[in-house]
Design a protein around this ligand. Structure first.
Ligand SMILES: O=P(O)(O)OP(=O)(O)OP(=O)(O)OC[C@H]1O[C@@H](n2cnc3c(O)ncnc32)[C@H](O)[C@@H]1O
Ligand SMILES: [Mg+2]
Length: 185
């Protein structure tokens, strides 16, 4: 089984390799199809789906994984959000959201003024290449949760949902989102 990951970011690739231990995990450079710094859950999720699809198609893999980080404004605070997508060569698309945590005001203001979060975090800490290593989450949780840990959790959510659908023998495209499955009345 070949698993294509739509990024060359070390933290993201490590997260996928931690879950797909027996498969061949191949980093594939792709475009996210959204802004370098997504500003909503919806945009971040679309970036993850785009990365997963592009990576899967590009190397004709069995499964494509896309992981995307973004920010969301809520209650006068900027929160980091994280989304993942799993696609297979049959067209299945599965998504899941992961951890969210608040940014310190000085970092949030830099991001709101147009700086990418990775760059803002480097300046905030005086460190380099945080995005490929512990991530903002690692810094802001005192090293308890790394960016790889955080994305590995999302990959588990994706694989678990994929297995669940397969065990039910359902049409794998019958996912509970991107369709009008909610009835309010
Ligand atoms: O090579 P890619 O896969 O693009 O990796 P990336 O680090 O740029 O990751 P994203 O595009 O998914 O993240 C969107 C933006 O948010 C930043 N970012 C997200 N999470 C981060 C984290 O935990 N630590 C540092 N920067 C983060 C990242 O640098 C980008 O500016
Ligand atoms: Mg990026």
């Amino acid at each position: 089984m070949v698993i294509a990951v739509g990024t060359t970011n070390r933290a993201k690739v490590a997260a996928v390799a931690a879950v797909f231990t027996k498969e061949q995990v191949v980093p594939v450079e792709v475009d996210s199809g959204v802004a370098a710094q997504p500003f909503s859950d919806a945009e971040t999720r679309i970036g993850a789906i785009h990365r997963a699809k592009e990576a899967c198609v590009k190397i004709k893999a069995d499964i494509g994984i896309g992981l995307e980080g973004g920010v969301v404004e809520m209650n006068d605070t900027l929160w980091v959000c994280n989304w993942g997508a799993l696609v297979d060569s049959a067209g299945t698309v599965i998504t899941a959201g992961g951890a969210r945590f608040p940014l310190p005001p000085e970092v949030a203001n830099d991001v709101l003024r147009g700086k990418e979060l990775g760059e803002a975090m480097n300046e905030y800490t005086g460190k380099e290449d945080i995005r490929q290593n512990e991530g903002a989450v690692g810094i802001l949780t005192n090293g308890r949760i790394s960016r790889a840990d955080m994305y590995a959790h999302i990959v588990q959510l994706l694989v678990g949902q994929y297995e669940f659908l397969q065990s039910k023998g359902e049409d794998n495209n019958a996912i509970y989102c991107d369709r009008s499955t909610i009835r309010r009345s």
